[in-house]
Design a protein around this ligand. Structure first.
Ligand SMILES: Cc1ncc(COP(=O)(O)O)c(C=O)c1O
Length: 548
């Protein structure tokens, strides 16, 4: 008999032993004895072998060496045939055992193994770890199971899929430009960066003079907020990435954290207004809004508040290249808006950021601050740092921008698939876009209501990790609960929505070149986990006890 070579997880041995298990006690196949009770040494006599086989009650013993490594199997049929042929009970096991049994190792191919087992009438298959049998696979192990991986089913994906992945141009697409950069010897802050600023400005319907490319969004935010003097308070959401708060504290500004809206997870303009009203000695120095996961914050209301108090509106647009509100693209609402071009963003330059300013003079000042605050040798430097973008990053960013429209369409289509597949799942909510808002869907965020879903957000994430599905708990903990802001910030009101979101939001995999089939499979896996919520919770409790 010859084993199918393509059956992954089988041992290399190509010949199979006849009828590895000869006694059919189905009851026991589901619950076999600890394998150690089945161990025999090759030097044991057949009398001992019969005792072990009888006690094991599965018609088979495992022959192992002194290190517990499997040498082969011995069935009661092998022994009986020998005895019936007139052989003696004192002869050694080593003469009779089968040296080529079917075995399985980690990652075995369930379907392939089931086929081999069926073709050869094998019921129990030793499972080896480092060559040592640790258990016997039973027919139940080989059955097609619609079980979550955390309960022993096959993982939904063989290879891990990350929560986000950059969508990159081909080498051919950018090779000429890269060659030109290399030939020119200008590798930072040169014509590619200028072209990128021009093209980004065109995308947003503004002038190239108003756009400043920088080395990251964090740098851009730090530079934008460095213009606020003297240092005061800046009102911002707590439900955001920590770079938003960091840019303020880096400039010795005091973040004033306010709550978010439950529907779109964006800052609550009413809470911003309350925070400003709550000030006894004058208005804060700025309002900082954020496009959460690419969805615009309430820009009209924030603008109205900023104008009323005569303070700038700065928007952290890290997620927002390609977003818009009522037909106006992101970049055109704040006095300053700062975009991120890091690898998880819809437009990426590897690392990088773009500052877009309402006023040309502001952009000119930021251009200077990007260059350590230097203007020329005759003028004293202002505050600044090295925030320049390299030409290589600009080449990548320009190519990414060329694909933006198509990539945004793909993201929207995939988000719709998630909605179609998971929209009816009780306990799973989606970020709801306000009327007229266009999101980039930098992330696909669901918010878990543990009571209704039957499992917590973190258990769902664990269950998905076992399926090789990457997720992200954005933004948890929220900024007002992070130690790095303790003593450097202020919080207005209980931030109930923020805390609920921080406990409930989970981002599922989404990227611009993702296959629709993958999204469907992720969604089906979420549903399967939810359908097994009780067992999954029980299993995770057990595992956590083991890990402790
Ligand atoms: C809301 C927000 N702001 C700022 C940043 C910082 O962007 P960068 O990595 O380009 O500095 C990020 C990064 O993901 C972000 O999510």
């Amino acid at each position: 008999m010859v084993a199918r070579k393509e059956t992954r997880g089988l041992t290399e041995r190509s010949e199979l032993c006849p009828r590895q298990t000869e006694r059919s006690e189905l009851r026991l196949w589901r619950n076999p004895l600890p394998v150690k009770n089945l161990f025999l040494s090759p030097t044991d006599g057949l009398r001992r072998a019969m005792e072990v086989i009888d006690a094991g009650r599965i018609g088979m013993a495992l022959v192992v060496d002194s290190d517990g490594r499997l040498l082969g199997t011995l069935t009661d049929g092998d022994v009986r045939r020998h005895l019936l042929g007139g052989g003696g009970q004192d002869e050694r096991v080593e003469k009779y055992y089968c040296r080529k049994p079917v075995t399985a190792t980690t990652g075995y191919d369930r379907a392939g193994l089931a086929r081999v087992a069926e073709d050869h009438g094998i019921k129990l298959i030793p499972f080896l770890e480092d060559g040592r049998p640790t258990r016997l696979l039973t027919p139940a192990d080989l059955e097609e199971k619609d079980q979550p991986a955390i309960l022993g089913g096959e993982p939904a994906f063989r290879e891990p899929i990350p929560v986000a992945r950059p969508t990159l141009p081909s080498f051919e697409e950018i090779s000429d430009e890269l060659e030109r950069v290399l030939a020119s010897g200008i590798i930072t802050n040169g014509p590619q960066v200028e072209a990128f600023e021009r093209e980004a400005a065109a995308w947003m319907g503004t002038e190239p003079e108003n756009v400043v490319a920088v080395s990251s969004c964090t740098t851009g935010l730090v530079l934008a907020l460095s213009r606020i003097e003297p240092p005061g308070e800046v009102v911002m959401p707590s439900f955001t990435y920590f770079a938003t708060g960091l840019a303020a504290t880096w400039n010795r500004l005091t973040p004033v954290f306010v709550d978010a809206r439950p529907e779109d997870f964006n800052v609550d303009a009413g809470a911003v207004s309350e925070a400003i009203g709550d000030k006894t000695n004058g208005a804060p120095s700025a309002i900082v809004g954020v496009y959460i996961f690419g969805c615009p914050p309430p820009v009209a209301e924030l603008r109205e508040l900023a104008d009323r108090h005569g303070i700038p509106l700065i928007l952290d647009a890290a997620h927002a290249f390609g977003a818009g509100q009522d037909g106006t693209p992101a970049g055109r609402f704040g006095d300053v808006e700062v975009f991120s071009l890091s690898p998880t963003k819809p437009v990426t330059s590897g690392e990088g950021g773009l500052i877009v300013c309402r006023e040309e003079a502001t952009a000119a000042d930021l251009r200077r601050r990007r260059n350590l605050g230097l203007l020329d040798s005759a003028t004293d430097p202002t505050r600044g740092l090295n925030g320049r973008m390299s030409e290589f990053n600009a080449v990548l960013g320009r190519a990414s921008l060329r694909h933006l429209e198509k990539n945004l369409q793909t993201r929207r289509r995939l988000v719709q698939v998630y909605h179609d597949e998971l929209g009816d799942t009780p306990g799973l909510g989606f970020q709801k876009l306000p009327p007229g808002a266009v999101s980039t869907f930098k992330d696909l965020a669901v918010v878990v209501d543990s009571e209704k879903l039957g499992m917590t957000r973190d258990d769902l994430a664990q269950g998905l990790a076992a399926e090789n599905i990457g997720t992200k708990r954005y933004f948890s903990p929220p900024l007002h609960l992070q130690r790095r802001f303790a003593g450097l910030s202020r919080t207005v009101g209980p931030l109930k929505v923020t805390e609920r979101l921080a406990d409930g939001v989970l981002c599922l995999p989404l990227y611009s070149h993702q296959e629709e089939e993958d999204v469907r499979r992720v969604a089906a896996t979420v549903k399967r986990l939810v359908a097994h919520a009780e067992e999954v919770n029980r299993r995770l409790t057990e595992l956590r006890r083991e890990w402790e």
